[in-house]
Design a protein around this ligand. Structure first.
Ligand code: NDP
Ligand code: 2IT
Length: 442
């Protein structure tokens, strides 16, 4: 067996029962072959064995009390995966499906994504199987305080800087930050996505969705086209989906679908985002309500948004939400481009189908890096004790996404095929981290 296959087999044996983690590892290992096999230095330094094994895996009990006075127990996680190029950085996910495999896949992806941003941030991820849906404000606050009571000893502005992900937005970051400050007596940039009155950055809320549309626009520009006049199918209706829809609309696209875990809406006239924001950001309601309020819209509680004909597909909900049969439908409907706003939303066979049919495909590590990039800019502002304007942050975000597109395209051309952005992103992300690991000798 060669080096890559040996490592792959060892990682699979050591991480039995972790399918999402193995899916993410397989994708990276299968695409970095041209680099790893071009120089024995990677094998000599055991880079693949090291990069697939987290530096530290923290699991802890999170006790909290519900509104009926019952003691409830969840499990908390923080995976500090790799800090070769900066402090561990990555979000916290609160969702009942959270388990070790999911947090490890997210942490692993984060290493390469953060490297692509060009900013000094390592890879980490955390969360809990706590379900925020239907919980009262007090229950959310109690959970967040308990979660941070344990997490606080493991993190710090120069050690590990968590942020939001599914189920964690400004409200939860506020409670987490308040508890950290209380325990540590430190007013430091230990979390990103903070409120604007206490160290948050303008444009962090918009960053992931905007960044996704900026890089997909770059990919389209390389084909002499753009969002203007295109129909856009988006899944999800959370933070990433909403701001992807906003920027895609601003650039002249027509967003025709959005979804949540109960169902999806189709509005052939173009989704009215002020209504989605009111339902999701203000009332914390269900996407179904959109169809009650907008005459031109349909609501479906079965099937998926991918059955609607579109030019551009932006999956922005969760992992493995776009399977091979969805990819077939999209291809049949002549989709031009797919950009992954969520982390690992496309199953491997779907990606292969897109490649086979020459669908332009921008993978998550590159496509959704705008969120963590602006998180890193929030860290810079906290260190400087300054706040930049929205325009300043947005313009830096645009530059960063342009840079990621250029690096990804360049690595694809040098080591794989010209438009193989999956290989390009993995290789460009890997090279920086691997070289730092080799230089540091540990
Ligand atoms: P939110 O919690 O704001 O929104 C998540 C959306 O996806 C909701 O509409 C939710 O529906 C839907 N969803 C979540 N889980 C499922 C599921 N199992 N099945 C169907 N629908 C689901 O999260 P974000 O928008 O922040 O995150 C979305 C994706 O983007 C995730 O993959 C995340 O990892 C990724 N991401 C987020 C970044 C950020 O800055 N926030 C940065 C980079 C990537 P419902 O309300 O019904 O649960
Ligand atoms: O997946 C991701 O990149 C995020 N959830 C954002 C992480 C961050 O630190 O801003």
């Amino acid at each position: 067996m060669n080096y890559i296959d040996e490592v792959r087999a060892a990682v699979a044996a050591r991480n039995a029962g972790q399918p999402e983690f193995m899916q993410a590892v397989d994708e990276v290992l299968s695409t970095i072959r041209p680099v790893v096999e071009s120089d024995s230095v990677y094998k000599e330094n055991a880079i693949l064995e090291r990069i697939t094994e987290p530096d530290r895996q923290i699991m802890f009990r999170v006790p909290w009390t519900d509104d009926n006075g019952n003691m409830r127990i969840n499990r908390g996680y923080r995976i500090q995966f790799n800090n070769a190029i900066g402090p561990y950085k990555g979000g916290l996910r609160l969702h009942p499906t959270v388990n070790l495999s999911i947090i490890k896949f997210l942490g692993f992806e984060q290493i390469f994504k953060n490297s692509l941003t060009g900013l000094p941030i390592g890879g980490g991820k955390g969360g809990s199987d706590f379900d925020p849906k239907g919980k009262s404000e007090r229950e959310i606050r109690d959970f967040c305080q308990s979660f941070m009571t344990e997490l606080a000893r493991h993190i710090g502005a120069d050690t590990d800087v968590p942020a939001g992900d599914i189920g964690v937005g400004g409200r939860e970051i506020g409670y987490l930050y308040g508890q950290y400050k209380r325990i540590k007596n430190l007013y430091e940039g230990v979390l990103t996505g903070k409120g604007l009155t206490y160290g948050g950055s303008l444009a962090r809320t918009e960053a992931t969705g905007y960044g996704l549309v900026y890089i997909v626009a770059d990919m389209l520009a390389a084909e002499n086209t753009g969002f203007k006049g295109k129909t856009v199918a988006i899944s999800g209706s959370g933070n990433v989906a909403i701001y992807a829809a906003q920027k895609a609309t601003e650039l002249g696209g027509k967003v025709i679908t959005m979804s949540d875990s109960n169902g999806w809406i189709y509005d052939p006239d173009g989704i009215k985002l002020d209504i989605v924001k009111d339902i999701k950001e203000v009332k914390r309601g269900r996407i179904k309500e959109y169809a009650d309020r907008v005459k031109s819209a349909e609501y479906h509680d079965s099937g998926k948004v991918w059955q609607v004909k579109c030019d551009i597909a932006l999956p922005c909900a969760t992992q493995n939400e776009l399977d091979a049969s969805d990819a077939k439908t999209l291809v049949k409907n002549k989709v031009l481009a797919v950009g992954e706003g969520a982390n690992m939303p496309s199953v491997t066979d779907a990606i292969n189908l897109f490649r086979e049919h020459k669908v332009l495909f921008m993978p998550a590590k590159a496509a959704n890096a705008g969120g963590v990039a602006v998180s890193a800019l929030e860290m810079s502002q906290n260190s400087q004790r300054l706040s930049w304007t929205f325009e300043e942050v947005d313009s830096k975000l645009k530059d960063i996404m342009n840079g990621i597109f250029a690096k990804t395209a360049e690595a694809a051309k040098a080591y794989a095929e010209k438009k193989d952005y999956v290989s390009g992103a993995n290789i460009a992300g890997f090279l920086k981290v691997a070289n730092a690991m080799i230089a540091q000798g540990v």
